[in-house]
Design a protein around this ligand. Sequence first.
Ligand code: ADP
Ligand code: MG
Length: 462
Amino acid sequence: MGASGGVASKMDSSFDASPWPRVCDKFKHEFGQDAYKTWLGQLGYNGVDSGTVELTAPTKFVRDWINRHYAPRLKDFFLAEDPRIKSLSIRLAIKRAGVDARAAEPAPATPIEVDASTGADESAALDPKYTFDSFVVGKSNELAYAAAKRIAETDDVTFNPLFLHGGVGLGKTHLMHAIAWEVKRQNPTKRVVYISAEKFMFEFIAALRFKDTHAFKQKFRAVDLLMVDDVQFIANKESTQEEFFHTFNALVDNRCQVVITADRSPTDLEGIQERIISRLGWGLVADIHPTDYELRLGILQSKAEQSDDVIVPAEVLEFLARRITSNVRELEGALNRVMAYATLVGRPITMEMTRDVLQDLIRANDRKLTIDEIQRAVADYFNLRLAEMLSERRARNIARPRQVAMYLSKQLTSRSLPEIGRRFGGRDHTTVMHAVRKIEDLRRDDSQLDDDISRLTRLLEG
Ligand code: ADP
Ligand code: MG
C-alpha cells in the first residue's frame, strides 16, 4: 500500500515523532483489526498543517466512510497526541502528473475469445466490465448471483438449465457475462457461447437461407456452456423455437450447462410452446427482484469509486438511490449524466447541480411528499408532539428535530425556503436556510444524527 506508509512530510517541523502509529494502534484497539484494515489502514498520513491533520484516502468511498463513521473518534485520538489539533482533513490521494494513480493495478483483462472454434464473434459481445467483482449483491439478487457463481465455479451440472428472470436493467446480462468471464478464466479450453435469443434467431434464419443448418447445429451443440439471453424474444417465432428446443435438449442430454434469461418467469412466457416452457423450468429458476435502497446505494458507490477524476458527494449518491428507483440501468445513466456534466463544466458535483441536470428523470420518478407528512414523521420519530416541534421553544431536544424537519422539507420537496418557513409557524426564510446548513454540517460529524436522517428519509420515501 504505497500511499499509507506514514511518511510524514515536513509540514510542521515540530512533529518529529509522528503520532500516526499511535493513532492507528488506538483505532485498532477500539474498532478492531478488520475495521483498521478496511478503513484507516487505507489512509496516508501527511503531517499536520496549522492545526489540521492532513490525511489522504485512495478512493472517495473510503474517505466518505471515514468522515461519516470515524472522524470524531479519530480527532480524539489525534488530540490526545497533540492538544493543538483543531481538525482533520482527508483528501483524495493525488495523482502524480501524467501518471495515473491506478496504473499499478492490473489492467482489465482483454476480452477473451469465447471460443475460436465457434467461429463467431461472440467474444466481442462480452463486456469486460460485467464481472462478478463488479456485481453488487443485495437481497433482491442474491439467489441469482449465487446460482451464477456456482455454475461458473463448479464442473458438475447440478441444475440445468439455470433460468434467470427479472425486469429490464436488473443485471441478467451482467450475470451471464460474468459467468462467461469466470469460466474462461478458470478453464480457457472450455467452449462457452453467449448469444442473445435475437441473434440466435438471425443466425438460424441465415443458416436456413444458405442451406447451412448443419454447421449451425454443430456450432451450438459442440459447446460446454450455452447461454441464451432474453428468450422472450423467440415468443411466436415457431421455427426458431423448434431449433432452440432441439439444441437445448441435445445439450442438456449431454450434461452440458445451459443458462437462459428472460424478462419473466417460464410460466409467464406467452407464445412459447408448452413443452419448452416445462423443460425450461426443470432446472433452477431464480428471479431478480427490483432493487431496494441499500442495493441501489451500493451500486452507485461502486460505480462512483471507479472514476478517478470526479468526486461524487455521499449525499448525491443517497439522493439518486432514493429517487431513481426504476432500474439499475437508469440509475447508472443518471450518475453518468451528472459526472459527465461536472467534467464538462469543470465544477465539482453538488446537490444543486444534480437536481438541475436530472430534472426530467427526478420528476418521472417523483412521489409527491408534503411538508405536513415530513413534519409528522419527524415529530413522531423524535417522540415530540407536532405542536411542540413547531413552537417557538429553543430547547435543543425540540429545536434540533425542527431543523431536521426543515432540512428534509428542503431536500424532499420542491418548496422554496420562504414557503417552508411559512409552514413552520411563519418563520423567516433565513431561519430555514440556517437550519439546512446546520444539519448539512452536523451530518458530516454526527453519525447518529446522520443515521437518523437516513432512516427518516427512507421512511418518508418508502
Ligand atoms: P438486464 O440484462 O437484466 O436488462 P443488465 O445486465 O444489462 O440488465 O444491467 C443493466 C446495467 O445495470 C448494466 O450496466 C449492469 O452492469 C448494471 N447492473 C445491474 N445490476 C447490477 C448490480 N447488482 N451490480 C452492479 N451493476 C449492476
Ligand atoms: Mg439484458
